[in-house]
Design a protein around this ligand. Structure first.
Ligand code: MIC
Ligand code: SF4
Length: 641
């Protein structure tokens, strides 16, 4: 049997383990990316490893999340990141240059290479044939120090695309269709690799929309081949020398296959408040809309915005609604300016924002009370927009712009002729906001403002884990629920003691107070606990409050890895009835945890309320056990090199 693309790249980078699904493997990492909201921690962790210069082929530090600068905190972080990058051999993409995934796709993607990024949407680069994986900041720090990434070998799911999309149906509808079929936990432990005739009909930015939102399936990553379309994209980026072909063998084998007939897709929409609550736009048409936002790393490319511009040339923005557009990068803006799209958008009355994450992470553009907002983004969990009772829909740019001109959710096919937008012969190339590192690192001083606090420390695991259940939660708890983002809390990302006060803030505002009073304890969750973002603060802040274990029905991949990295035990119920039995306040003792972990079994015994013994399970590799025993990956790496 031939190899699929994922296995080809993994084979080339494999340093440990067998490519058997579920087995732990280690792969070399060529490149890394960070963004500011996770980057400050990642660089503090890298610094504590004592390595003088990054040992990757290329590392880039982006500033795109915290650009509001409502106080000194964001700007402090930017200065720290810029000086750090300069000293340690890292390229620095300045605030305003664009969203990390968009800029990475445009300027730094390379087919066949591996990249880890401290952001869950790092797989966007899979649109250009990169094996791109979202991880916690500490895993990026370790990769920058030259060590491989450890992960469970995922199953490779072949997604066959046939036919071509009908007018007004977009790449976003392909990924919404997958979310409709497989839900937000359907991709855990899997790579989605696209093949078939339909692939040829999609441009690289369209492919990137699909790989970007594969993160919402919980997938490890998503990948497209590198073919002639990819070649054209690299030419348009004036980077043809970075291109090479990468195709699956004709007899490639997949662990599972899925088929999507592109011609049969209709415009789809994720209704409030989960990316998998997918419906046909036609079924929700007529819902009054007060806000439309086009942007984010999912849908803010040149083509996306040109489609919007063409529609705005022919139709007016509805008077009762506010249309916001945040272009994905400076390159997108400059090319739109050159080709006239920017003037159309401004002339029509769109509110043009800076190239950054903006409303996607609740850094502005919050919707009004009791109103509907439709966005070309990837996430719509309640409250993420900054408005507690928001009603946020997610859809393609086509569906968003149709709502903007009609004032209500509208099937975009009602707008008539589809404005076909070819990609330009050349994008505007101007990397003036990407700063190379200093060639004389000894001359660079790291600038730390008062917002940058030292890393919290964790002791090795103790003999016994004991405490109360501090909170009991349902299925699919996102990292946004664990540690919210938004303009008030995001600026505290470099300050763990301060941000810890906000753990479960929207779910139970008394949580952190209770955790401190009880001297720590347990969190109990349902399925897919910790879905969503890569923010390791969702592990670090509970750890800081004394939480020693999370007991859930199942975990999302990045969050589970982050918990282990910070020495917090992720444990699963062997029998889900035990979940029903446990309440807030239930006392749990895990006796002799060190010996239990050392045993050659995946079971852990725990005693509930001094009476009943239950069995918990884990899937830790021998290495992960050692990390947990050491009190986390930093301690482990410092003692084991
Ligand atoms: C997100 O989309 O949730 C974020 C903000 O980009 C996060 C990273 C973070 O929390 O800093 C992500 O996706 O990993
Ligand atoms: Fe930024 Fe939103 Fe993309 Fe996260 S999903 S990187 S917040 S644009």
């Amino acid at each position: 049997m031939g190899l699929n693309i994922a296995k080809k790249i993994i084979t080339e980078h494999l340093v440990e383990g067998e490519m058997e699904a579920g087995e732990e493997i280690a792969i070399n990492i060529d490149r890394t990316l960070t963004q500011d909201a996770t980057g400050t921690m990642a660089y503090l962790q890298f610094e504590s490893l004592g390595v003088k210069r990054v040992r990757t082929e290329l590392s880039v530090s982006y500033v795109d999340h915290n650009t509001l600068q409502a106080g000194f905190e964001n700007a402090d972080d930017h200065r720290f990141l810029q000086s750090f990058a300069s000293k340690y051999g890292i390229y620095f993409s300045k605030p305003g240059n664009g969203v990390c995934h968009q800029v990475n796709l445009e300027r730094f993607s390379i087919p066949g290479r591996t990249i880890v990024g401290s952001d869950s949407h790092t797989p966007t680069a899979g649109g250009a044939g990169m094996l791109a994986i979202g991880v916690g900041g500490l895993d990026v720090a370790i990769a920058m120090s030259g060590s491989p990434l450890y992960l469970k070998m995922p199953k490779i799911v072949g997604v066959e695309l046939t036919g071509s999309l009908k007018p007004w149906v977009a790449a976003k509808d392909v990924i919404l269709e997958l979310l409709r079929r497989y839900t937000v936990k359907g991709g855990v432990g899997k790579v989605f690799e696209y093949y078939g005739d339909g692939v040829k009909t999609l441009s690289v930015p369209e492919r990137a929309t699909i790989t970007n939102m594969g993160a919402e399936l919980g997938a490890t990553t998503s990948l497209f081949p590198s073919d002639n379309i990819t070649r054209k994209f690299f030419k348009q980026q004036s980077r043809i020398s970075d291109w090479s072909e990468l195709q699956a063998d004709s007899d490639a084998d997949y662990d599972e296959t899925i088929h999507i007939e592109l011609d049969l897709l209709e415009p789809l929409i994720a209704a409030p408040s989960s990316p998998d609550n997918v419906k046909k736009v036609a079924d929700v048409a007529g819902t009054i809309v007060q806000q439309v936002i086009i942007g984010s790393c999912t849908n803010s490319s040149y083509k996306d915005l040109m489609v919007a511009a063409h529609v705005l040339k022919r139709h007016k923005i509805h008077p009762d609604l506010s249309l916001h557009i945040t272009p994905g990068s400076k390159q997108v803006i400059e090319t739109l300016v050159r080709d006239g799209g920017f003037a159309e958008m401004v002339g029509a009355g769109a509110r043009i924002g800076e190239s950054c994450c903006d409303g996607c992470i609740g850094m502005g553009s919050a919707p009004a009370t009791d109103t509907v907002s439709i966005r070309s983004f990837n996430r719509n969990w309640k409250g993420r927009s900054g408005t507690p009772d928001d009603r946020v829909y997610l859809a393609s740019v086509e569906t968003c712009i149709a709502a903007a001109v009609r004032g209500e959710l509208t099937d975009p096919r009602e707008l008539g002729m589809y404005p076909e937008v070819p990609l330009p012969k050349r994008f505007v190339i101007n990397d003036s906001m990407i700063l190379p590192p200093n060639k004389q690192p000894e001359t660079v001083k790291i600038i730390r403002g008062p917002n940058i606090k030292p890393l919290p420390e964790k002791q090795p695991l103790s003999e016994e884990v004991r405490g109360e259940v501090l909170i009991k939660l349902a299925d699919n708890i996102s990292t946004d629920a664990i540690i919210p983002a938004g303009s008030k809390i995001l600026p505290l990302r470099s300050n763990i003691p301060a941000i810890s006060e906000y753990v479960f803030h929207q779910v139970d505002p008394l949580f952190s107070k209770r955790a401190i009073e009880k001297n720590g304890g347990y969190i109990v969750g349902g399925e897919n606990y910790g879905q969503g973002s890569s923010r390791e603060h969702a592990a670090l802040a509970p750890m800081h409050l004394g939480v020693s274990a999370i007991i859930a029905k199942s975990f999302a991949r990045i969050h589970q890895a982050n918990l282990i990295n910070f020495g917090v035990l992720p444990l699963e119920f062997e029998n889900s009835e035990d979940y029903t039995m446990i309440r807030e306040g239930t006392g749990i003792v895990i006796p002799g945890i060190i010996d239990q972990l050392k045993e050659n079994t995946n079971k852990i015994k725990a005693v509930i309320d001094n009476s009943k013994t239950i069995t918990l399970v884990h899937n830790y590799s021998p290495r992960q056990k050692k990390i947990l025993l050491s009190g986390g990956l930093l301690n482990y790496t410092k003692t084991n090199g």
